[in-house]
Design a protein around this ligand. Structure first.
Ligand SMILES: [Zn+2]
Length: 395
């Protein structure tokens, strides 16, 4: 991480201010961590200039969905045994790990995110262990305290947090009681914060929501989660959440692998944001989200890695490169937007992160690449064609 005086110009061969705007030979003026000017050509005035090289200065990436607390489980879970088996292994393996091992995994994940050009994340914390390391790091983003099961005692509330970076998440419709989900959503609405929930991810989730039966019902019984009062069956997980008043523009729905056309109409009408994690989806479900339809309906679609328990890295350049390969109908600009501007919007950070523009934070990455024409710059970014390591810049 570079350290710079309070007032500095940053220069590079290219500046990508947002996925649609590329400046050749660009300079950015930064004052106390905020951008005050972005222009082409030479810096003006007495402030020092940091020349990063012929590559590109671009917004730091936004990983809209990850679970740092599962980092210690990397390579510990089966790759091909199916989703339910994976969940059972995860619960068992996590319970056997000591807090020191979980904390080491969290710190390694934070270091990886920063080293690979991530500026802000949507961190989903089930145990609460990632809170201190997350807030002690230079990462921006939202720390979501995740809840599941039935409500025990008082409804969770968002703790007073001067940074405004704490919110709440419900785990999923098939794991979390409707009362608890509705209470969590109300608490986030009260504080105007984003609310995150895994939605319409697995066949087991759909089967359970549509019937109240199946292998997921057995798992809930084993875990002593009483679902006898839940309002089931429902037509789909998306319909179920709509009936609970969970879906609105501050809701970030994660995965949506199983959503049908009626679901997409509902999600679009409710203006939810969607986080997709293609590498995790491919590994756990052998299936990819319907990005063609998501983009056609105008949903705000952003990108996340999910955790190291279901993905090989937390590197968002890897996730973009995978998306570029598997969704060749998406333009490079669309993929970059999913990892920058759209993610910022989904986390309620659209006035601070995801762009290099006046008044935004200087949350930037220098990526070493060679490009003769502007058209190739974004393509090289989303396919990670670099000639060295990326460097996070965060004054
Ligand atoms: Zn997740």
């Amino acid at each position: 991480m570079a350290t710079n005086p309070a007032e500095t110009w940053h220069r590079a061969g290219w500046v990508v201010t947002d996925p649609e705007t590329i400046i050749r030979d660009g300079t950015i003026h930064v004052s106390n961590g905020r951008i005050t000017a972005v222009k082409s050509g030479k810096a003006i005035g007495p402030d020092p200039v940091v020349d990063h090289g012929p590559g590109v200065l671009m917004p730091a990436l936004i990983n809209a969905h990850t679970h740092l607390e599962l980092g210690a489980l990397k390579e510990m879970l089966p790759r091909t045994a199916g989703f339910e088996t994976w969940v059972r292994h995860l619960i068992k393996a996590r319970a056997e790990l000591r807090p020191e091992a979980l904390l080491a995994g969290i710190q390694a994940g934070i270091d990886e995110l920063i080293d690979t050009g991530c500026g802000a994340v949507g961190e989903i914390a089930t145990l609460g262990l990632s809170k201190a390391p997350f807030f002690a790091s230079i990462l921006g983003g939202i720390w979501f305290e995740e809840h599941l099961g039935n409500i025990l005692g008082d409804f969770p509330t968002i703790p007073n947090d001067p940074s405004g970076r704490t919110s709440l998440a419900g785990h999923a419709p098939h794991t979390t009681s409707p009362d608890l989900l509705a209470g969590l959503k109300r608490a986030t609405m009260h504080r105007n914060k984003p609310f995150s929930i895994h939605l319409s991810e697995s066949n087991q989730e759909v089967e359970f929501i549509q019937s109240g039966k199946g292998s997921w019902a057995d798992l809930l019984r084993e875990r002593k989660i009483d679902f006898s009062s839940w309002p089931l069956p429902a037509r789909s997980p998306v319909d179920y959440l709509e009936q609970l008043n969970i879906l609105d523009e501050k809701t970030l729905a994660v995965h949506l692998l199983q959503a049908d056309s009626q679901d997409f109409e509902t999600l679009t009408a409710c203006r939810v944001s969607v986080a997709v994690c293609p590498r995790s989806n491919q590994r756990l479900h052998d299936r990819l989200p319907d990005l063609m339809r998501m983009h056609a309906t105008g949903l705000n679609v952003c990108l996340g890695t999910d955790s190291l328990a279901s993905c090989d890295s937390l590197n968002m350049f890897d996730e973009m490169a995978y998306a570029a390969k598997r969704f060749s109908f998406l333009s490079p600009e669309t993929i970059l937007a999913m990892a920058t501007t759209n993610g910022a919007r989904a986390l309620g950070l659209e006035t601070e992160y995801g762009r290099l523009a006046p008044e935004y934070r200087f949350s930037s990455v220098y990526a070493p690449l060679t490009a003769a024409r502007p058209e190739t710059v974004i393509e090289k970014i989303v396919t990670a064609q670099f000639c060295g390591k990326v460097e996070i810049l965060n004054d």
